[in-house]
Design a protein. Structure first.
Length: 264
């Protein structure tokens, strides 16, 4: 099987594919996610999703053969708390993943109870609406240490040759207190910096992202970097590969600039 790319995706907001006005606003994001199966060129054996909505003391790995749903959002219509995305889990590949993380000397644990959060099921529904590709999640680690999350990606890199699609799911801008017109200048400036950094390769790109706090408006765009850190894992798993921007929108959520990348 050919080596698969990795991705960092901006996953939108809450259960957006099931909310007509949000889906319309995020139409270009939907196009980019729906295009991913064709870009990959093969059906993955499984998707390893590293979501900004799950963090733990260690790198936790979802092992359920049939993960449930985690409605980790608030203020949405009642029907969005009944959504079911019935993709199977991938317990054997999850165990392989945990073994790779442990072999890299990183802290790891297994979680047989964790369900899909919206950072996983919302984009996955657009990518694979039939829910016919197994999916499992790997958590972030508390503290968001960039080096640790790059190391996680490096540990997972062999999975790319084993038919596993590694996806970091977050948002290139994530400040829930600053959406709308006030987000326009900071998100555009940070996005431009990010695109310049992603145009680098190898150690230069890694170093740029390790120093992300020096970017313009870095802490305005990511007061808490849970939605940026999945990018570090996606890059660590494809450190020497070229990154291509596959989604870019300069006016979501009333003024936010957001982007997604394919690496490799």
């Amino acid at each position: 099987m050919a080596r698969l790319p990795t991705y960092f995706i901006s996953h939108g907001g809450g259960p957006w594919p099931w909310i007509p006005n949000m889906r319309q606003m995020l139409a270009s994001l939907e196009v980019s996610l729906a295009r991913m199966p064709a870009e990959i060129g093969t059906v993955p054996k499984a998707i390893c999703m590293i979501s900004g909505h799950w963090e733990a003391d260690s790198f936790a790995v979802m092992t359920s053969p049939a993960p449930g749903m985690l409605y980790d959002y608030g203020g949405f219509p009642p029907e969005t708390y009944k959504i079911v995305y019935p993709a199977p889990g991938a317990p054997q590949i999850a165990q392989r993943t945990a073994d790779l993380i442990a072999a890299a000397g990183l802290p790891v644990s297994l979680d047989p109870k964790r369900g899909f959060d919206h950072g996983t099921f919302a984009p996955a529904y657009v990518m694979y609406p039939k829910a016919d590709v197994p999916i499992y999640q790997v958590s972030l680690q508390h503290g968001y240490d960039p080096a640790a999350h790059f190391a996680l990606g490096r540990a997972l890199a062999p999975l790319r040759d084993e038919g596993v699609l590694i996806v970091g799911s977050g948002l290139s801008y994530h400040n829930l207190r600053l959406f709308g017109p006030g987000a326009k200048v900071p998100s555009a400036a940070f996005d431009a910096w990010l695109d310049d950094a992603m145009a680098k390769t190898g150690k230069a790109r890694t170093q740029a992202l390790m120093n992300w706090e020096s970017a313009p408006y870095a802490r305005t765009c990511h007061a808490q970097e849970d939605h940026l850190v999945p990018l570090f894992a996606a890059l660590g798993a494809a450190e020497d590969d070229v990154a291509v921007r596959v989604y870019h929108d300069a006016n979501v959520f009333g003024g936010v600039t957001a982007s997604s990348y394919k690496i490799g």
